[in-house]
Design a protein around this ligand. Structure first.
Ligand code: NAI
Length: 346
């Protein structure tokens, strides 16, 4: 990839153009994608974007660093609650661009009242997250995470590695939007029987060959349940002690959506009782304190997270469902377009 301004990013994280945009919670792998797109944009329309990349998150205590910026770009774990929005208003920020689909971390009403527009990236290669969902299902089922270590140690014993054939099994998909639909297409390709729940049923889903049922029926009949709905008041802890109770013994639960959809203490109890037989997570309710940062030399204080990592039948990835080259480029292009157009979801 052609990165004309990489040396400027390396030296001071600052590239000089006109529209003042601050990017929060950025990492080098993202910055390079944005810089090459901004270079191309500024060649077509000179002096359009002046980008500053911060690696720290946006929250009420860092919001003062927005002084002088017209637009700010945030990610999944930035805290754009009412008090952050208030600070942004005082700094003169006019637009908040989310470089992600979910916007549960932004107080949309507060932004509206502060006359700050908000944009997001509602759709970018839903297959990216869908494929990661399948990676978790297949890893847990065929235990490739364990097989990898065994073979490296010269242990070719298959004891404990037995999986089940996915073909013909019933899988429940909660939320049949863009990602849910991509997951359904893949599962149908595997020959699974797919049950779905969504308050808004989509004929395209039944045309594919999946079946809408009530949430209770989905919970009772699916041996794999995967979550693809947004986090909101109705969906918060949609997976709790009561809903787990309805699931078959040994169920596989997958969450690549948002951590707040599941009640972790109920999950841990169900793992201990073997009600949940497999758990795949790409998201975690308190992930903002952990994810996207190297904590390998720290003493992690989150006892719930640490307990989850001790189970042999749990695979956790650190919110990387979106993380492919293609998706990053698409997200960056849409985010910059949203900034240039002043798009608003409020
Ligand atoms: P979408 O908006 O296309 O679809 C969401 C669907 O969920 C809609 O059909 C909606 O009607 C349904 N829904 C809403 N409330 C529900 C409820 N209580 N129960 C069941 N269904 C409900 O969203 P998309 O693009 O499919 O994304 C889904 C979620 O995936 C996002 O909200 C985001 O949290 C998560 N995500 C995770 C990523 C990762 O890297 N792990 C990356 C991108 C998105």
């Amino acid at each position: 990839m052609n990165i004309k301004n990489s040396e400027k990013i390396d030296s001071e994280h600052n590239v000089s153009y006109k529209k003042n945009v601050a990017f929060f919670s950025t990492r080098p792998y993202e910055q390079s994608v944005y810089v090459s797109l901004i270079d191309a944009l500024n060649e077509d329309s000179p002096h359009s974007i002046n980008a500053t990349f911060f690696d720290h998150p946006l929250n009420p205590s860092t919001a003062a660093s927005c002084n002088g910026f017209t637009d700010i770009v945030v990610f999944v774990n930035d805290d754009v609650s009412a008090s952050t929005v208030d600070a942004l208003r005082h700094c003169g920020v006019k637009h908040i661009a989310l470089r992600c689909a979910g916007f549960n971390n932004v107080d949309i009403d507060a932004a509206k009242n502060a006359d700050i527009t908000v944009s997001r990236v509602p759709a970018y290669s839903p297959e990216t997250v869908a494929e990661h969902t399948l990676a978790l299902i297949l890893t847990l089922n065929r235990k490739t995470h364990k097989a990898y270590n065994r073979v490296r140690e010269g242990n070719f014993n298959l004891q404990g590695l037995m999986g089940f054939t996915l073909h013909g099994k019933t899988v429940g998909v909660i939320g049949t939007g863009k990602i849910g639909k991509a997951v359904i297409r893949i599962l149908l390709g595997f020959g699974c029987n797919v049950l779905c729940f969504d308050p808004y049923e989509d004929k395209a889903i039944t045309d594919l060959g999946a079946h809408y049922v009530s949430l209770d029926t989905l919970l009772e009949e699916s041996i794999i349940i995967t979550l693809h709905c947004p986090l909101n008041e109705q969906s918060h802890h949609i997976i709790n002690a009561d809903s787990i109770d309805k699931m078959p013994d040994g169920v596989m639960l997958i969450n690549t959506s948002r951590g707040g959809l599941v009640d972790d203490s109920a999950i841990i109890k169900a793992l201990k009782s073997k009600k949940i037989g497999y758990l795949g997570l790409d998201v975690y309710e308190r992930e903002s304190e952990l994810f996207f940062t190297d904590h390998s030399h720290d003493i992690i204080q989150d006892d719930v997270f640490q307990r989850l990592t001790t189970f042999p039948n749990v695979v956790i990835t650190g919110h990387q469902g979106f993380f492919t080259q293609e998706a990053l480029e698409e997200i960056a292009a849409i985010t910059l377009r949203n900034i240039m157009d002043g798009k608003n979801i409020t």
